[in-house]
Design a protein. Sequence first.
Length: 136
Amino acid sequence: MIEESKKILLKMKEEIIDEISANIKIESADFKPEIGDTSDQAGEERDREISLLLCNRDREKLVSIEDALERIEDGTYGICEECEEEINEGRLKVMPFATLCVACKSEMEKKTNDKNLVYEPEIYRKLDYTPNEDDK
Protein backbone atom coordinates (compact mmCIF):
# COMPACT_ATOMS: atom_id res chain seq x y z
CA MET A 1 0.00 0.00 0.00
CA ILE A 2 2.74 2.49 0.92
CA GLU A 3 4.75 1.88 -2.28
CA GLU A 4 1.57 2.26 -4.33
CA SER A 5 0.78 5.55 -2.55
CA LYS A 6 4.33 6.76 -3.11
CA LYS A 7 4.03 6.11 -6.86
CA ILE A 8 0.70 7.95 -6.97
CA LEU A 9 2.11 10.89 -5.01
CA LEU A 10 5.17 11.14 -7.24
CA LYS A 11 2.97 11.05 -10.36
CA MET A 12 0.69 13.75 -8.90
CA LYS A 13 3.73 15.85 -8.06
CA GLU A 14 5.08 15.55 -11.60
CA GLU A 15 1.69 16.47 -13.12
CA ILE A 16 1.33 19.55 -10.91
CA ILE A 17 4.86 20.74 -11.69
CA ASP A 18 4.18 20.26 -15.42
CA GLU A 19 0.90 22.18 -15.12
CA ILE A 20 2.51 25.05 -13.21
CA SER A 21 5.33 25.23 -15.78
CA ALA A 22 2.81 25.28 -18.64
CA ASN A 23 0.83 28.07 -16.95
CA ILE A 24 3.98 30.14 -16.47
CA LYS A 25 4.85 29.73 -20.16
CA ILE A 26 1.32 30.74 -21.20
CA GLU A 27 1.36 33.76 -18.88
CA SER A 28 4.73 34.84 -20.26
CA ALA A 29 3.58 34.42 -23.87
CA ASP A 30 0.32 36.27 -23.25
CA PHE A 31 1.93 39.25 -21.51
CA LYS A 32 1.19 42.48 -23.32
CA PRO A 33 1.64 46.06 -22.21
CA GLU A 34 -1.61 47.43 -20.87
CA ILE A 35 -3.57 48.72 -23.82
CA GLY A 36 -7.26 48.92 -24.46
CA ASP A 37 -10.05 50.32 -22.39
CA THR A 38 -10.69 49.72 -18.72
CA SER A 39 -13.05 46.85 -19.53
CA ASP A 40 -10.27 45.02 -21.39
CA GLN A 41 -7.84 45.69 -18.56
CA ALA A 42 -10.37 44.48 -15.98
CA GLY A 43 -10.90 41.26 -17.92
CA GLU A 44 -7.17 40.67 -18.17
CA GLU A 45 -6.75 41.38 -14.45
CA ARG A 46 -9.54 38.92 -13.63
CA ASP A 47 -7.84 36.28 -15.77
CA ARG A 48 -4.53 36.89 -13.97
CA GLU A 49 -6.26 36.62 -10.58
CA ILE A 50 -7.88 33.31 -11.54
CA SER A 51 -4.55 32.03 -12.81
CA LEU A 52 -2.85 33.06 -9.56
CA LEU A 53 -5.55 31.36 -7.48
CA LEU A 54 -5.15 28.15 -9.47
CA CYS A 55 -1.37 28.30 -9.12
CA ASN A 56 -1.69 28.88 -5.36
CA ARG A 57 -4.02 25.90 -5.07
CA ASP A 58 -1.50 23.80 -7.02
CA ARG A 59 1.33 25.01 -4.78
CA GLU A 60 -0.64 24.09 -1.66
CA LYS A 61 -1.37 20.66 -3.12
CA LEU A 62 2.32 20.28 -3.98
CA VAL A 63 3.27 21.08 -0.36
CA SER A 64 0.73 18.49 0.85
CA ILE A 65 2.23 15.91 -1.50
CA GLU A 66 5.76 16.72 -0.31
CA ASP A 67 4.59 16.37 3.30
CA ALA A 68 3.03 12.98 2.51
CA LEU A 69 6.26 11.81 0.87
CA GLU A 70 8.18 12.88 4.00
CA ARG A 71 5.71 10.96 6.18
CA ILE A 72 6.34 7.87 4.03
CA GLU A 73 10.07 8.26 4.62
CA ASP A 74 9.77 8.75 8.39
CA GLY A 75 7.19 5.98 8.84
CA THR A 76 4.22 8.12 9.90
CA TYR A 77 2.31 7.92 6.60
CA GLY A 78 -1.27 6.76 7.00
CA ILE A 79 -1.50 7.79 10.65
CA CYS A 80 -4.09 10.42 11.59
CA GLU A 81 -2.43 13.54 12.98
CA GLU A 82 -5.35 14.11 15.36
CA CYS A 83 -6.23 10.73 16.91
CA GLU A 84 -3.10 8.81 15.84
CA GLU A 85 -5.20 5.93 14.47
CA GLU A 86 -4.60 4.44 11.02
CA ILE A 87 -6.26 6.29 8.15
CA ASN A 88 -8.55 4.01 6.13
CA GLU A 89 -6.84 2.56 3.04
CA GLY A 90 -9.76 3.65 0.86
CA ARG A 91 -9.34 7.27 1.98
CA LEU A 92 -5.64 7.16 1.19
CA LYS A 93 -6.38 5.79 -2.29
CA VAL A 94 -8.74 8.69 -2.97
CA MET A 95 -6.61 11.33 -1.24
CA PRO A 96 -3.08 9.98 -0.80
CA PHE A 97 -1.90 13.12 1.00
CA ALA A 98 -4.63 12.99 3.67
CA THR A 99 -3.41 13.74 7.18
CA LEU A 100 -6.66 13.04 9.04
CA CYS A 101 -8.95 10.04 9.21
CA VAL A 102 -12.54 10.49 8.05
CA ALA A 103 -13.90 10.88 11.60
CA CYS A 104 -11.38 13.57 12.59
CA LYS A 105 -11.76 15.42 9.27
CA SER A 106 -15.56 15.40 9.67
CA GLU A 107 -15.28 16.69 13.22
CA MET A 108 -12.90 19.45 12.13
CA GLU A 109 -15.21 20.52 9.29
CA LYS A 110 -18.21 20.46 11.63
CA LYS A 111 -16.40 22.76 14.09
CA THR A 112 -15.38 25.08 11.25
CA ASN A 113 -18.94 25.22 9.89
CA ASP A 114 -20.39 25.80 13.37
CA LYS A 115 -17.91 28.60 13.98
CA ASN A 116 -18.83 30.28 10.68
CA LEU A 117 -22.53 30.07 11.49
CA VAL A 118 -22.02 31.73 14.87
CA TYR A 119 -19.99 34.68 13.64
CA GLU A 120 -21.59 35.37 10.27
CA PRO A 121 -24.88 36.83 11.58
CA GLU A 122 -22.95 39.23 13.82
CA ILE A 123 -21.41 40.79 10.73
CA TYR A 124 -24.81 41.43 9.19
CA ARG A 125 -26.26 42.89 12.40
CA LYS A 126 -23.77 45.73 12.24
CA LEU A 127 -24.86 46.79 8.75
CA ASP A 128 -27.13 49.80 8.55
CA TYR A 129 -30.18 49.45 6.39
CA THR A 130 -31.46 52.41 4.43
CA PRO A 131 -34.64 51.82 2.45
CA ASN A 132 -34.61 52.93 -1.16
CA GLU A 133 -37.32 53.62 -3.74
CA ASP A 134 -37.72 49.93 -4.62
CA ASP A 135 -38.59 49.01 -1.02
CA LYS A 136 -41.64 51.27 -0.85
